[in-house]
Ligand binder design. Sequence first.
Ligand SMILES: C[S@@+](CC[C@H](N)C(=O)[O-])C[C@H]1O[C@@H](n2cnc3c(N)ncnc32)[C@H](O)[C@@H]1O
Length: 188
Amino acid sequence: MAKKSYLSQFFKDSREVGALAPSSKSLGRKICSKIDFDKADLIIELGPGNGVFTKLLLERMKPDAKLLAFETNGPFCDIIREKIKDERLILVEDSAEHITKYMKECGLETCQYVVSSLPYTVFPKELKNKILDESVAALNKNGTYLQFQYSLNALKLLKSKFDKVNYNFSLLNFPPAFVYTCTFDPAK
Ligand SMILES: C[S@@+](CC[C@H](N)C(=O)[O-])C[C@H]1O[C@@H](n2cnc3c(N)ncnc32)[C@H](O)[C@@H]1O
């Protein structure tokens, strides 16, 4: 999708889209570098937008792995359906609030990674909590939740849901972004 069309989706609903332009491939590669693709049978992506990370994930995923992606914006879903023809991708045109419902419907077990681009800064508190609780329920105990954000606003909330939260700053995006890596204590 051209940057202009991305911008038009932003102006239609800035609280949904949350960014003026798609993320850079460099940011996507940084996120991918945190994933052990040999161990990833199921990855869940939240807010794929026009699919910039979706493509990078699929390029690295095992042939028999699955990518379950949740996107609420219809025009973005159309773009993904048009440009990514890959049987490993299950695109759900619905909110990430319903992750576990769709996992059950698709017969999918717990996942190893959740990769989220959701703009939590502009989300109501209940929505953020619901999506994070669903993500926690979807992940196995060794699973990792990866999130990029333009600020550290989400740090406290993420720390309330996961045992360990690390973050790095990436200048390889406009605007520069924080990448959070959130995990559980497997001994718990
Ligand atoms: C900041 S954009 C990121 C898009 C893309 N991943 C990127 O990095 O360029 C956030 C995306 O989340 C989607 N979104 C917003 N609320 C959502 C929700 N509740 N469930 C699923 N997707 C949602 C928006 O439509 C938008 O495509």
